[in-house]
Design a binder for this molecule. Sequence first.
Ligand code: PEP
Ligand code: MN
Length: 276
Amino acid sequence: MNKLYSLEQNQGRRTTVLVGRIAIGQDFALIAGPCSVESEKQTILTAHLVKEAGANLLRGGAFKPRTSPYAFQGLGLKGLKILAKAREETGLPVVTEAIDPRDVGWVSEYADVLQVGARNMQNFSLLKETGKAGKPVLLKRGMTSTLDEWLNCAEYILAEGNPNVILCERGIRTFETHTRNTLDLSMVPAVKEISHLPVVVDPSHGTGRLSLIEPMSLAAVAGGADGLMIEVHYNPPEALSDKDQTLWPEQFGRLARKVLALRQFLGSLENIHAPA
Ligand code: PEP
Ligand code: MN
């Protein structure tokens, strides 16, 4: 049986996911913002700064899937309300994570895109709920998942009647310890061979290292990614989560300008043909 995610099943047509005025898959999605929503000041200030630097979507977790139960768990509903205020002020649509199927209904009242995190990729009841929610879903690759498993999780959402799925490569766990995860950029063109769904890359969680985020962002763009998700904070040393992989707004601005320039250059290569 041909799956709904398959490019062939879709007669070779690529899906674009409309979020506000951005057609992800056609327009480049530059999703930026803090790891966690910490306060109104932190989120709104960061939202303005990432917008000025070139972001077209805002990220920020109100529900945080933390490794330790004693780590900051997020502000919950209060965080969602802060995100809605940031959207009102900046016009940036909001990408935020739901970690419990019971929360999906009301998280989707605040979110423009529901994020399913790496740790929840195969939470099938969560996938089914996000499939029913009527909002686009950003599905992160599980840290020990194969491409086939990841695409089958997208299928759970599509099978509920929600065609608006964006895949997000965020690195997998390997024997390498230098980086937080091994960012598997080969998945970008691999997904595009098999599926019509757009795919974005998260080099922040994918590397866990500040100095690697810009080069891996450029590599992702060169590989055909439809967007990037990057952690930015107005003052990273103060961040309550993932501060070591969080960019200063100026660093993100430089990255954004390079990404834009690289996309223009790559566009100019479209006209290059093999010699006859
Ligand atoms: C996140 O993007 O906030 C996050 C927790 O990432 P991941 O699920 O990829 O670890
Ligand atoms: Mn994070």
